[in-house]
Each structure stands twice: as C-alpha cells, then as structure tokens.
Design a protein around this ligand. Sequence first.
Ligand code: AVI
Length: 325
Amino acid sequence: MHVLSACPNLPEAAHTPLGSEVYRGLTARPKTLSPWLFYDARGSELFEQITELPEYYPTRTERSILSAHADQIVAAAAGCEELTMIELGAGTATKTGLLLKAAVRRQSEVTYHAIDVSGTALDEAKRRIEAELEGVAVVPRVGDYTQGLGQINADGQRRMVLYIGSSIGNFEPEDAVQLLRDIRKELRAGEKLLLGVDMVKDREILLKAYDDAAHVTAAFNKNALERINSELDADFNLNLFRHRARWNEECSRIEMHLESLIAQSVSIPALELEVKLQRGETIHTENSYKFRDEGVIGLLERADFHLSDHWTDEREWFGVYLATA
Ligand code: AVI
C-alpha cells in the first residue's frame, strides 16, 4: 500500500491508505484502482457469493484437489516431522479443514495459525474448526500477510505456510516474486509452502468466471466505486458504469475494468478532486493472472523455493504446488 507523502498540499484524506490509492489511481493514465479496495464488509460478502457461482470454478476445483489429495499433501509436507500450519489470508478457512483433518489423522494434535485482516472471519473459522475437528487448536492472528511469520513459534515442528485460493494471481509478477521472497525469508531450510494457482484455460471459461450471468462479479467490481462514495463522499453513479472482463492473452491475465457509459465528471470532495471520464474510458480495477506449470516453477525458483510436488484436477484447471525452502 503506497501512501502519498510528498504532496503536503493535498487534503488530509489523500494521506490515508484509501484516499492515497484513489487519488493516485484516478489521476493516473490509464485510470486504475487497486483490487484491495473491493474488500470492505460488503465486498467480502460479495466475494463469498462469487466463490459459489456456477461459473466461478477456482474455489470448487481447488477444494476438489485438496479433498482428493489431503493425506498425500500432508505426508509430503511433513516427511518424518510433525507440522504446524500457518495460513496467509485465511478468511473463514473453509478449505483448510480438509488439510487439518488429514494432519490430525497423522499427528493427533495440530496447531493452525490463521492470519487475516478480518478478525470476524477468523473468529468464525476458530469456532467452526475447533467444533468440527478434535485435536486442532486455531490461533487467530489479525494482520497483514507475512509480517511476523518468523515469530510464530512451532515448538520445533516443521512449519507449512498455506497460500491457497489463487490470490497470488492478483499480484503483478514482480510483486508476486517479492511476496514469495518475503515468505521464504521467514522460513528455515526444509520448511514448506503450499501454493494454490489458477491455470490458463479456454478463454470463454475464463471470461464467464469473471462475468457471471447473475452479475455478482459486476456488483463486486462496482463495490469499489460504492466504497469511494461512502468513504470519500464521491458521487459516482453506478448506473453510468459497466463491468467489463477481458482476457489479455499476451500477459496471461483476466482484467476487470469499469467502463464509463458516457462522458462524465465525478467529484470526490474529500480529495478535492474532479475526475473526468470519456465515454468508453475504463478504470482498470483488477488483474487475475493465470499460470502454466513453468511459470509457477519460475516464480518459486526466483523466490529461492524449490518444487517438491504438485497436484491438479482432471481438467488441469487449477494447481496446488508444494515448495520447499
Ligand atoms: C481473490 N482472487 C483470487 C479472486 C480472483 O479470481 O482473482 C478475486 C476475484 N475477482 C473477481 N472474481 C474473483
């Protein structure tokens, strides 16, 4: 998150993380907004709905891989040691139970450190997992991804960091490598990373997953504008924007945009900013990179991990990669 600090004349709101990002993105050419803006309470709820849409295959495909191979994954990660699991961006941890169940079959007691920015999501995860899985202790940790990973004491056990859900695809390639390097730095040699990644596939399937018939993804995309309206007093008229999903073949990514249906001017009083949009101009709100095997291996190697094993589904739509530090 980049906060504008070198512009003392900007209003106070431009120095907050949200204001700074909106100011930067909407004065840039082309206009952009960072995908973290989606995730206020409403956006997180919409994302949960997306994961259950018929067109949005990633969540259920990853779940099917974890369900089919949980014992193998845990055995490969543990070797002859016992595991402590740490999940980055755990949310309500709906898929993680599959791995935890496999872990308690091996070692009877497992500690699971769940890291997320949402304390309520973590409370729900703790309540549900501890009620369903005897032998699992959930330690909720509210905060940003990698910070403090190294301080998580595993009592001599081997730590396995879970970064599932294909969130790595929402980072630009260089930022993805940096994130993996940050994780790697916190691990001792031999410790593990489990990475969930969405694979390149037929363009039509990808486009439908990001432009569903029920328009939930459209509402999720427009929620970024709704958030700017409510938190920065802006006057975006959501009906004057259209959700667009595009496949960018060259960069191997789905792009989400908000397209202005008319020439218009939007005012953001808290930032003392008037934003002019041409008819057809877009605000680029998200990239979701799709990978091939060699791309994932390249990312891992650049971050000083090596690939230990990998699992996929019948159609090879999603990949779960086990890497060793
Ligand atoms: C969170 N992330 C992995 C989702 C994705 O598929 O890139 C976010 C999302 N955007 C639109 N639909 C889902």
